[in-house]
Design a binder for this molecule. Sequence first.
Ligand code: NAD
Ligand code: 89V
Length: 344
Amino acid sequence: MMALRGALIGCGFFAINQMHGWRDIAGASIVAICDRDPERLRIVGDQFGVARRYTDAAALFAGEKLDFVDVATTVGSHRPLVELAAANRVPVICQKPFAPTLADAIAMVRACADAGVPLMVHENFRWQSPIQAVRAVLDSGEIGKPFFGRISFRSGYDVFSGQPYLATGKRFIIEDLGIHILDIARFLLGDVSSLTARTARINSSIAGEDVATILMDHESGATSVVDCSYATKLATEPFPETLVELDGSEGTIRLSLGYQLTVTGKSGTHVTDVSPQLLPWASRPWHNIQESVLAIQKHWVACLASGKEPATSGADNLKTFALVEAAYAGAASREPVRINDLLR
Ligand code: NAD
Ligand code: 89V
């Protein structure tokens, strides 16, 4: 079988991981890259041996015959680039956050649906192997029906040195990181009917909120707490681990620091090390995220081959994105927010 011909748009900080991932996948090959910054284009093109380079996305679509495009730019350019892919009938992956607003995200999903073009959001946190391990325990029925969850990401890690734009936006932790944690909550406990949120800014040198606490009602009847902080200084820095507590009718699951999975259920208590593998191109502490990049990209290739909708399709991601919008609205109003009111 011929490898799918892909192009990467946006050759910045995170795209390096995506390029490594593509190199590890036999069914796809990045044949062209695009960045409006010629220096980034040169660095990534030389590192990964890609000769066909463009500084303009429209020129990329005009110059290449593509099976898919992988958009790894920051959020401001996502809508025009996804719509450009749809106009050119090219299946598209778009990095998170999917769009600046829910209205933009809905328009992007519609553009791809109207063009008959597959669309996946690169929402990779649920693809982390420790999170997949938690989901597998839930699916096994070992803890019965879950009624409570806490999905927690608390860190003092300096994300701003690698991603300086994170310090300048009016929105920070919910839009950038909370979006992943909210998606994990949906992945584990199902869709959300309403939420209540509180935010704070502890680091006065950044523009947005760096702490968020969100209480959610799931349609299943379960309750969850999603809590995120980049202002939490701990004895052992946990970045980028997401910790999970789930209580079910028959037992509990705890994913704790150091990727320790403790399950107490119908068959007793079992403790397993679910550490992610350290891929040859990965480096600690990012290896957990890096492994999930490879997993989600493999999933995309499998979905294109089978015609199946990706788990984190654009349509699916609207339900995660609505939680982001709801959390900001709820933190501002200090009132509960109903999710279906936003998606109508
Ligand atoms: P970055 O600023 O380092 O890189 C973005 C690149 O896109 C830059 O080189 C820029 O020149 C280029 N670019 C911007 N607009 C363009 C356009 N219209 N056409 C061509 N090139 C364009 O940003 P980053 O830190 O790599 O983040 C990129 C995206 O990845 C963000 O949306 C971020 O939230 C996301 N991200 C995701 C994860 C994850 O785990 N999923 C982790 C980090 C970052
Ligand atoms: O995944 C992300 O979007 C990153 C980080 C994990 C650092 O928050 O920005």
